[in-house]
Design a protein. Structure first.
Length: 255
């Protein structure tokens, strides 16, 4: 079979053989062997280039799909890992929580409540006789809570004899015994209450840590602090207690 010039489309418009208007094509006969040889070569090269372009497009498509799959897998793995990090469990939903919840605002009167220590013994908040009592909501997985322990220890050592007391209420721990180990390691001398969802979520409505509530001897709330800072966090607690319970004699001034 003999190919005519019209059977092969020019694949290179700048080629003097391929372009029908080029001088080379004009002086070549309609069946010039050199012309048809060149047209066949260009035609084959054009087909090969088309195949190469198609392969390159397929490669880019596959590469894009693989990248999307890897990104989705990484996002899913991160979300799964985030769910396993230590943290507070979702508070239980109680229909009667709103009716029993305490009003944690300055000037409000805090009702008496019962709590259980880590030995299983039940106590009441009213059993803590002091001029000012700090209710400290904390957990070992709460880094600000752990960082604030030293400030609370310093305030307790300085103001306990003047009439200052602390009650720490532990939030839910993901590792059994974590709170007891932290209490023993830090040598915390004040009363400790174990996790009680009906008390923390139901009555106090506390969902953020650390949360501090300072109450006077008449059960009136003096100050409330929620994260990350406030009048009861860090050294601010000692500054506030210095104004509330100044030393009664010269011997207490340096304590």
């Amino acid at each position: 079979m003999t190919l005519e010039r019209s059977d092969l489309e020019p694949v290179n418009p700048n080629c003097e053989w391929c372009h029908p208007d080029s001088p080379r094509a004009f002086f070549s006969g309609p069946r010039d062997p050199q012309l048809f040889l060149h047209l066949n070569i260009c035609h084959r090269e054009g087909q090969q280039q088309t195949v190469r372009n198609a392969a390159w497009c397929r490669f880019l498509i596959v590469k894009t799909i693989v990248a999307i799959v890897l990104v989705c897998s990484s996002v899913a793995a991160f979300a799964q890992a985030k769910d396993t990090l230590p943290g507070p469990a979702d508070p239980p939903a109680t229909a009667s929580a709103g009716k029993q919840r305490f009003k944690l605002v300055k000037g409000a009167t805090l009702p008496d409540f019962a709590y259980t220590d880590f030995n299983g013994a039940t106590h009441r908040f009213s059993d803590l006789h002091a001029k000012y009592r700090l209710i400290d909501f904390w957990a070992t997985w709460c880094l600000p809570c752990v960082a604030d322990l030293e400030s609370k220890k310093a305030a307790y050592e300085k103001f306990h004899r003047r009439g200052f007391e602390i009650l720490s209420i532990d939030d839910e721990e993901r590792r059994p015994g974590a709170a007891e180990k932290m209490i023993a390691k830090q040598s915390l001398p004040w009363p400790q209450a174990r996790f009680d969802p009906s008390l923390i979520y139901g009555k106090f409505g506390v969902y953020q840590l650390p949360t501090f509530v300072l109450v006077n001897s008449e059960n009136v709330i003096v100050a409330v602090t929620t994260p990350p800072t406030g009048p009861l966090a860090g050294k601010e607690l000692s500054r506030l207690l210095s104004r509330l319970i100044p030393p009664s004699r010269k011997g207490d001034a340096g304590r």
